[in-house]
Structure formats: C-alpha cells, structure tokens
Design a protein around this ligand. Structure first.
Ligand SMILES: CC(=O)N[C@H]1[C@@H](O[C@@H]2[C@H](O)[C@H](O)[C@@H](O)[C@H](O)[C@H]2O)O[C@H](CO)[C@@H](O)[C@@H]1O
Ligand SMILES: [Zn+2]
Length: 290
C-alpha cells in the first residue's frame, strides 16, 4: 500500500461485514500509515445469535443485540488497528432491516426505509470531512441481496455525488469475488471438507461473485494481516464462527466458506486501475495523498 495522508473510507451495513469483506485491506492500510474510516449503517439488531449463552439478546427476546454487536465491532477495530469508526447518522439512527421479505423490512426505522437524502447528506458530510481518496462499498445487489446492503450501496453512491463539490473521491470500489477463484476454492473444499462446520456453502451462497475480467484489483494479505482479519472476524462472535486452521468461517447458517486471504475489488468510478494492481491506490497521483 502506498502511504499518504488521505486514505480510504469504507461503508458497510452491519457490524461484521467490514471484517468479512475488507479485513485484510484495512489492516494493510493501517500498516502503511494510511488513514482508514469505517462507516456502519446499523447496529445489526436483527441478527441471529450463535452462542447459546447469548441467545437472550436476540430481537425477539431482549432486543439487546445492537449494543453487543457495537462492542464486537469495537473489538474487531482494535484487532485491525482501525481507530476511526462511525455509525451513520449516529449510533442507532437506523435499524437493521432484517433479511429480504420479512415483515420487519416495513418498520419505519429500518435502514432500508431511510430517507436517501438524510442518509446521503450524513455520509456526504463524513466524506467532506475525511476527504478519502478511495471509497469502498457493495455493488448494486449488496453482494447478496440483503436490503441493508443494497441501501448502503445506494446511499454511498449518492453521497459521493453530493460530496463532490466539497471533495471528489478519486476512486470508488465495490467488493467482489472472481468466479473462477470461488469455484476452484469451493471445489477444493469438497475434497478437504468443511473443517469444524457441518456443510459447505455453495458458490451461489458467496456474495459478490462476478466474472473474472471485471475484477480490477486484488489485495493479498501478509500472514500478519490475515491473522488480524481472523481476529477481527472472531470478535464478531454472535455472527461468525471461525476455523482458523482450516481457513474457513461460517455464519449462523453453519455453512463453511473461505476466510479470504485476498480481497477483490471492482472499479465503480474514478481513476482507472493499472492492470494487475495489488493496491487500492494503484495509479492514483501521489498514492493516497490529498
Ligand atoms: C453477513 C451479513 O450481512 N449478515 C447479516 C444477515 O445475517 C444472516 C441472516 O441472519 C440469515 O438469516 C442467516 O441464515 C445467516 O446465517 C446470517 O448471516 O442478516 C441479519 C439480519 O438483517 C444481519 O443482522 C446480519 O448482519
Ligand atoms: Zn451485512
């Protein structure tokens, strides 16, 4: 990672998405002295709860999962060395909408029902303050169709436009995964097995899978950065189970998927990416500097 002043701003829907999608990238930026800002749009109040001892926190029980996940996120940020984390609109402004098709999607405080103007302006203010060179979020599908991920995408792309008069982001990237890499890794797992997990996720269960030529750049972690990502994902204990020896993790569905040591990005806007780039700032004048 090239060093510099202005850095990267990442926008995610729930606590845990940042570590799953960008743990290596954030750790690599921190190691290079590049400022990292994470914006999380909800507290993940409607999530499942994996540990039996914590199931009382669930929305349909004590509805106390949000604060727990905020604590998990703080621990994950410590593991990655990220010190600038914000909840969009302030902590608890918008609530986790739940998976697509649920009645709770209709709650007025659900993030998927947020005013795109209010949420967009709130994020544009952060962009104008932080002045990132690179902005990272999901593709228009949100990676796998979750309403909060889709909304995070929409708000981010709108905020980048709103902020442009005050600060123009040099590059917008969407999280993705190249189909050939996913299919090869999942095929290999068929022979090695799902580690401690009952079954393997299918290639169709993994988010953001796109055809290889659309992948613009990759960030491959050093062993230390992969260890930091693993620790960050492990910190999200209500949502994620990790089998570090097998290099696998599972969500509450217990379906094993790769803990990716390399993270992949699609170019969504801004400066072109040099072929074979391995750095989110590759090709930007002065790297990550203002
Ligand atoms: C990674 C991610 O975005 N997780 C979301 C998702 O959680 C999934 C959901 O509970 C699903 O029903 C489970 O089968 C799956 O295992 C979970 O990962 O949706 C939650 C509710 O909106 C959200 O809190 C969680 O962060
Ligand atoms: Zn999520």
């Amino acid at each position: 990672m090239s060093s510099g002043q202005a850095g990267v701003l990442l926008v995610h829907a729930h606590p845990d998405d940042e570590s799953i999608c960008n743990g290596v990238t954030m750790a690599a930026c921190v190691a290079a002295g590049i400022p990292v800002t994470l914006v999380t749009c909800t507290l993940g109040e409607e999530g499942d709860v994996i540990p039996a001892s914590l199931k009382h926190l669930a929305a349909k029980r004590d509805d106390a999962l949000g604060p727990r996940r905020a604590d998990e996120l703080a621990a994950a940020m410590r593991a990655l060395g990220v010190t600038d984390h914000r909840f969009l609109g302030g902590r608890g402004r918008w609530r986790d909408s739940g998976m697509a098709g649920l009645e709770i999607n209709d709650r007025p405080d659900a993030f998927c029902n947020a005013s795109i103007d209010e949420a967009g302006e709130a994020l544009a203010d952060i962009i104008a303050e932080v002045r990132p060179r690179v902005l990272i979020t999901y593709d228009p599908t949100g990676g796998y169709g979750h309403p909060d991920h889709i909304m995070a995408h929409r708000v981010t792309m709108y905020a980048a436009e709103l902020a442009a008069k005050r600060h123009r982001v040099a590059r917008v990237l969407w999280n993705c995964a190249p189909r050939s890499v996913v299919e090869t890794r999942m095929r290999d797992l068929l022979s090695t097995g799902g580690g401690r997990f009952r079954a393997l996720a299918g290639p169709g269960d993994l988010p953001g899978v796109i055809e290889d030529p659309h992948v613009a750049l990759t960030v491959t972690g050093t062993p230390e950065q992969v260890a930091a990502k693993t620790a960050a994902m492990t910190a999200h204990a209500t949502q994620i189970q990790v089998d570090p020896d097998a290099g696998l993790f599972a969500l509450s569905n217990n379906l094993a998927q790769p803990l990716w040591e390399t993270e992949y990005y699609r170019l969504a806007g801004g400066e072109p990416v040099p072929a074979g780039a391995q750095d989110i700032f590759a090709g930007l004048e002065g790297g990550a500097r203002r």
